[in-house]
Design a protein around this ligand. Sequence first.
Ligand code: ADP
Length: 605
Amino acid sequence: MSDHTPRLLDALDAFEDGIYIVSEDFTVEYMNRFMKDLFGDGVGKKCHKVLLNYENPCDWCNYREIFEKNETRHSEIYLESAKKTFALSEIPVTNRDGTRSKLSIYRDITRRKEQAARLKFSEENYQRLFTHAGCGVFISSKQGRFLDVNPALLRILGYRDKEEFLALDLARDVYLTPGDRERYQRIIEKKGRVVDYELQWRRRDGHLIDILLTSHVRYGTHGEVLGYEGIVVDVTERKKSENKIREAYDFLDNIISCSPNAIMAMDMTGRIMLWNRGAENLFGLPADEVVDKMTVQQIYSREVAAEVTRMMRDTEYGGVGRLTSYPLTFERRDGVRLEGNLSASFLYDDSGKETATVALFVDLRERLKTERELAEARQHLLQSEKLAAMGRLTSQIAHELNNPLFGIMNTLELLKTEIPPSNKRRRLLDMSLSETVRLADMLKKMLSFSRPDETERAELDVNSVIDELMVLYDKRFRENSIKVKLDLTSDPGIIMASRDQLRQVFINLFSNAMYAMPDGGTLSITTRPNGNMVYIIVEDTGTGIKPEQLEKVFDSFFTTKTDSVKGVGLGLSVCYGFIQDHDGDITVESRYGEWTRFTIKLPLA
Ligand code: ADP
């Protein structure tokens, strides 16, 4: 111990390392402060006893190499007693008296070890993240090579071999055009980073994919751009489904906006969220004045809106949450009355809560107008049929009265020759005669009532007259199980005719045909041009006409109908008269028990 000068030893106390010296028999000769602080003062004791409370030398002690081979040894040990890791240097020392000692320097490397372990841990974490990340991760050079990429990026771009991938020329092989990469570089170098930069990259198989690039610039020590690193997300599938959704949405949007009906949607407060073109036209309000600005209560009154909501919650009107074809009439802001059907239904969220209402309003003004006109026309027809029947009756009475009246008139005239004007009874006779003449005049007028005067003629086509009557007779034919076969020429030509008289002709023919088919049948109506004429053929599958009666049917008062109200035998004679007046012709053919066919020929104008 005397060899170690006290000054030197004091200096060793200031060391941050533990230093101690043992003799060849493991006796501690010196410990500096660091060692004493850790293990207590062990000078004079066996070193293994001091360090580990061992009876024998520590297993890691290199005393053999030190004392026998005179070699310096470096090792790393963990001392449980100090709970520290040390870098240990064991150095052989030869004392002046020839004895040998071992100088041990313990450097506490616990912190360093921990840091290294932590570093290793986090490096491993990053490596794991890099390797297993679902999105592509890359480091690239400014010049245009990938320096490192993770397996996900290889997968995204369809490469197996990383070496092949790292050899790619990015601008040429991956970007669509070199210009694309230059644009990306300009932007990223200006801002330092890009987030969700949309790009298309090319896969190994040539297919293009849509990607989102989030990356930043890697700078060198002098601020120069080394390259870039970041992540790549493949959004091809997402884009595809987005496109599909957009297409479906556009399709739906088109249907909604092109619908001639008014389609609207409102939230639960009534605020309008959707207003299609049909609604714009019908209500006379453009969407930009309505959507988000108006409520449905402003469109069809608060009361109507409340009533509609009430019915939608009821089960009566098409099920809960729905309202089907509810007739609605209300006044538009400009005073026009709207008539139509409203259908509506609630939209629900996932929890079943009502979130909005969709409504569809069908404008029925035109249809209702046509229906009203049709009903009026039917009424009109009924009236004219009644009138015609009355006319027939009147003419029957007139006809019946005509003969006896002429008999009376003749008798009175005869009597006149026998009673001279001087006779005072002659005045009575003259009076009777003049009254009889008045009666005959009246009868003549009554007869002309059943055969009205010629009405005004105009240019028309026979198809239009038939079409018009079809609408009116449609219901009656159906009620009488009569099937109608229409075969109207596309080129009926123009005739000069009285529409009223033609209508009367067809009405008579149809009435007769219906009468002849009490159990139903088929009525065929054909029009066809023939030279400078147009032919109209009306054929039924009814009772037919006996051959001996065939030439009588156009005669006035010829009828086979026993009920005088149903038939007085004037219908066809009137038809005949009208057609003749139009310089046309009407003929009849029939097979008794099977069919009857009337053919009308009219000259074209
Ligand atoms: P009425 O109205 O009294 O029947 P019409 O002049 O219309 O007078 O017809 C005269 C007669 O001609 C009818 O009573 C009927 O015997 C016959 N007739 C007319 N049309 C047909 C027909 N389509 N089928 C069978 N018989 C018919």
